[in-house]
Write a protein that binds this ligand. Sequence first.
Ligand code: PLP
Length: 457
Amino acid sequence: MKENNGTLAQDTWEARDLAHIWHPTSQMKDYEELPPIVVERGKGPWLYDIHGKKYLDIISSWWCNLLGHANPEINAAVKEQIDKLEQVIFSNFSHEPAIRLAEELSRIVPKGLTKFHFNDNGSASIEVALKLAFQYHYQTGHPERQKFMCLSEGYHGETIGALSVGSIDLYAKLYKPMMMDTIHIEAPDCYRCPYGKCRDCCQCECFEHAEKAFEAHAKETAAIILEPLLQGSAGMRVYPPLYLQKMRKLCDETGVLFIADEIATGFGRTGRMFACDHAGVSPDLMTISKGLTGGYLPMAITCVTDQIYDAFYDDYNTGKAFVHGHTYSGNPLACAAGLAVQHILRTQPIFENASVNAKWLTKRMEDELLSHPNVGEVRHIGLIHAFELVADKKTKTPLDPKKRTGYQVYRKALERGLLLRPLGDVLYFNPPLNITQAELDTAVTLAKEALLDVLPK
Ligand SMILES: *Cc1c(COP(=O)(O)O)cnc(C)c1O
């Protein structure tokens, strides 16, 4: 057995973990040097491990913890629901929390999205969006529209369909033979803009790649899927709203459906309720998940327009139903958590405070980090802030990925009590929206110290 290098006593929680658990997105051999951190409890943006050490969770535990750990209002809502109904079949059956959540969502999602298909994780809601788009065309006289378009560097989840419309080699390359054939459009790359423009001074010249792809393939395409304004897993790549407006127009002209994957960007992460709101654009289908339950319980929703819904609505024997469901679709506990999140966002100045703190954080990160010779850029949208490490600032040459510099900074940050997970050599903050300025200040200080541990000036 390779799970323990012998430095861990056999009866520790860490050793017991490694005896049986295969952790996600991990080379398990790395755990020989960095055993799992066994967390006992959380409060706000803080995690406390079983040894009493605390960590500032500046990544919202994989971007989902929207309003802090052990949020009193969400805790109370889940506790109240659990004594009433923990789970029920969602086909032919329903319950108050789901009905009320759907009503609340219908008031905040981009105009035109009216129907909600409940799923139990983000990737599943992507599969649903793809299948709905395909079946929509099939049932409206366009069975030839079978292909999907997506952006390079995109990420939409780990299941086979979601991987097929993703482009990050780290996740997808090996599985190519298992995947469907999709059309990849070169995505905006604002840090290394090939046109020599900047985010605030461009006309999305890079949209020509989309235009070319649509010219060649629109007629055989069911939908395009993209992460609006923020390609998260690609390294928090931020691009301008104009790109979405151009995409909406092109889709309208060609009959290609527009799927906005707002799983990472929804619920205020970009400074507006949804990233599409910055562009005043409504997609035909939209997926939401991460912040939906405040990061409490797994739930995702695929939101669609009446136009799509109506193409499935007919007598049973026409065979037009959407035959897709998951055991835990619409779980009542998850809906109760989602309702509490919506109540907090409606009644407290969460977005207002986050916006003030975001401005402050931008300046603070630029002041503290940009002077470092290996920090190429500090980029940001809403409270999400990222800095990219490069070998040469002028040429923006990346560091040698084999050196795993981002991972080394992550390890040093952990030692110092900051959970700062890397995306390659991009390090980022994506904290709960109600984090305080003092906590953000601590995070910047610790991140800078960790950076200097690995790359002294
Ligand atoms: C996390 C994420 C997904 C996948 O969601 P899971 O719940 O992890 O399956 C899909 N799209 C985007 C943009 C994401 O950030």
